[in-house]
Design a protein around this ligand. Structure first.
Ligand code: PRP
Length: 212
């Protein structure tokens, strides 16, 4: 019997799309659609085990080998720099990491810039590359409020449709990096389950090509 391949899927809207891609690529797990409270699903015929985890936790499961492969946003990979292989850009979950501020914000390069964000590493790396001194304010959510209340000058956050910024009278001042969902693999899992992982990667890649 083949050993099970463990696949960490990000819970939520992106995860549904991702699972749909696995299904279309020939790796279905019918029971996954029958129960929305269970977190682990198996397809013994294909030796696959899927499980739902919080999107920001996928990389931890994969890095530590609890999952052999998984799907994580490029934002998470850039922020936490997990020791994993990045195998494929799935071309979904597209958005960008950007700097945003109030519409009337005028930067004064002589002053330390106050930056509110969930993504402290991405923000630090970005401003270091510009040689700019910043004061990082780490927040866990509702980042858009920070400049409105004067907690920060700018925010570094994910922008997808731009609606959240617009609704809060903020605007993008700089784009940092494009983001999308990536297929990642545990390094030793990639060695020992190479055949299964390579096959899945190739089939998903073909699907991704077809979508372009
Ligand atoms: C992200 C981000 C913005 C929003 C941007 O939050 O932090 O708030 O999406 O999307 P938009 O440009 O389409 O409006 P998310 O919904 O991922 O939840 P979070 O607040 O937990 O980060």
């Amino acid at each position: 019997m083949k050993t099970m391949l463990n696949i960490a899927l990000p819970k939520g809207r992106l995860g549904e799309k991702v699972y749909g891609m696995f299904e279309n690529a020939g790796f279905p797990c019918p029971s996954i659609k029958e129960n929305n409270r269970k977190l682990i699903f198996e397809n013994p015929e294909l030796s696959l085990r899927y499980f739902w985890v919080k999107p920001s936790d996928v990389a931890i499961y994969v890095e530590r080998g609890a999952a052999d492969i998984g799907i994580a946003g490029k934002d998470i990979l850039l922020e936490y720099e997990p020791d994993v292989y990045e195998l494929l850009d799935l071309g979904i979950g597209k958005c960008k990491m950007a700097v945003a501020a109030k519409k009337d914000f005028r930067d004064n390069p002589q002053r330390t810039l106050r930056v509110a964000t969930k993504f402290t590493n991405i923000a630090r790396n970005y401003y270091t590359s510009l040689g700019r001194d910043i004061d990082i304010i780490h927040l866990n959510g509702s980042i858009e409020i920070a400049p409105i209340l004067g907690l920060s000058d700018v925010i570094v956050d994910i922008v997808e449709t731009g609606t959240t910024l617009k609704e809060n009278n903020l605007t993008v001042v700089e784009s940092i990096v494009p983001i999308s969902a990536r297929l990642i693999a545990n390094k030793s899992g990639f060695k020992f389950k190479n055949k299964q992982i390579t096959e899945i990667t190739a089939k998903l890649a073909a699907l991704t090509e077809g979508q372009k």
